[in-house]
Design a protein around this ligand. Structure first.
Ligand code: 6PG
Length: 228
């Protein structure tokens, strides 16, 4: 069951991204102070890229950061359409997080082999400190799509029929994405307006299935909010 959501609306993408960056840095410092490390699951897609660039210019105790991905597309290791390549170019290549603390989903190995390899990494990592997610126009998140049925006990799913190309992906499950102290959704743009409206009206969308152990915050820009 999705815990109470903190809806945070901002005028522009720039303002929303600076606020999200700031909050991530605060959460990271708190986690490092309390637990000696910060376990952070990155979102894919285009929306988080600019925010990652703000993180790349920030100051943090990077040696204590551990990076995971919410999902990955099945593409060659250096394909620019991979979420890991976007995150590396926008953020990870610019900060001193030890390479052995960055856990990309090895989809270059193929769906089943990479899903199996990532299961043990996710099992060892949970609970996360922060999961960052985006949302598609149909209310999907990570690679969890409307109408798709999964084994809810699993922590990683193999996807063969993604409606958003490429069709083959590996994704963390609802169970894994919800096993986090904090969860941030970063959602921008008028093309997300209908899904946000459906979400707020209680429609059963993949985004609705995600929860968090402590705080669930949805960061929206004005364009994504339906003004009736
Ligand atoms: C992916 C993402 C996906 C993304 C949404 C929103 O691999 O595409 O994991 O869940 O977050 O589709 O994508 P945009 O931010 O590009 O709109």
């Amino acid at each position: 069951m999705q815990n109470n959501i903190d809806w945070q609306q901002f005028e522009t993408p720039d303002l929303i991204e600076k606020e999200v960056c700031k909050r991530i840095l605060v959460l990271a410092q708190e986690a490092i102070t309390e637990r000696g490390q910060f376990k952070f699951v990155l979102a894919g897609g285009k929306t988080p890229e600019r925010m990652y660039r703000f993180l790349a210019k920030s100051d943090a105790d990077w040696s204590k950061w551990f990076i995971y991905h919410g999902d990955e597309r099945v593409l060659p290791i250096d394909d620019e359409n991979r979420n890991s390549v976007m995150a590396a170019n926008a953020f990870l290549n610019s900060v001193a997080i030890p390479k052995n603390q960055i856990f990309d989903i090895p989809t270059e190995l193929g769906v089943e082999e990479s899903a199996e390899a990532y299961r043990s990494i996710v099992q060892a990592a949970m609970p996360f400190d922060l999961v960052l997610l985006g949302m598609g126009e149909d209310g999907h998140t990570a690679s969890l799509f409307p109408g798709h049925v999964h084994d809810e006990t699993d922590v990683v799913h193999s996807i063969y029929n993604s409606p958003k190309p490429p069709s083959e992906r590996v994704t963390l499950s609802v169970k894994a994405l919800s096993n986090t102290q904090n969860l941030f959704f970063l959602i921008e743009g008028a093309n997300k307006r209908d899904a946000i409206k459906q979400w707020r009206e209680g429609e059963d969308l993949p985004v609705v299935s995600i929860s968090a152990l402590q705080n669930l915050v949805v960061f929206l820009d004005k364009a994504a909010v339906d003004v009736e």
